[in-house]
Every structure is written in structure tokens, then in C-alpha cells.
Write a protein that binds this ligand. Structure first.
Ligand SMILES: [Zn+2]
Length: 68
């Protein structure tokens, strides 16, 4: 998956309860890969609808609008 604006393959999502808490991930084919340092108990489930932010530019939108 790539950012539709800059082509970056790194993204993050924000915690529903705390917008300063972010979870970075990249994608490998269809798989979402989070940083190993993150606590897997706290990682949000990535759905097609989840609000996703590009790590590099200002793009953000639904996960399923990323460039495949
Ligand atoms: Zn971008």
C-alpha cells in the first residue's frame, strides 16, 4: 500500500481515546506490520474504514483509499 499523495509506505493511526498516542505501521502485501516495540495488546485493529495518516506528508483518509 502506498500513500496516494507522496508514495510513502509508512503510516500511522491514532488512538481513539488519546490523539497523541499513535501507532505506526507499514504494509507488506496485504499484511499490516506494526513496529515490534508496540504492545500488541494496545494495537488497534486496522479496518478499511480506520482513519489513517501518512508518516511523511499531510495525507490522511480511510485505509481503503490508500493506493494498492
Ligand atoms: Zn504521503
Amino acid at each position: 500500500m502506498k500513500c496516494p499523495t507522496c508514495g510513502c509506505e509508512k503510516f500511522y493511526v491514532k488512538d481513539d481515546d488519546d490523539e497523541y498516542e499513535i501507532y505506526e505501521f507499514t504494509t507488506l502485501g496485504k499484511n499490516v506490520v506494526f513496529d515490534k516495540a508496540l504492545d500488541s495488546q494496545e494495537i488497534p485493529k486496522i479496518t478499511n474504514e480506520i482513519h489513517t495518516f501518512c508518516n511523511k506528508c499531510a495525507w490522511n483518509g480511510k485505509f481503503n483509499t490508500l493506493t494498492k
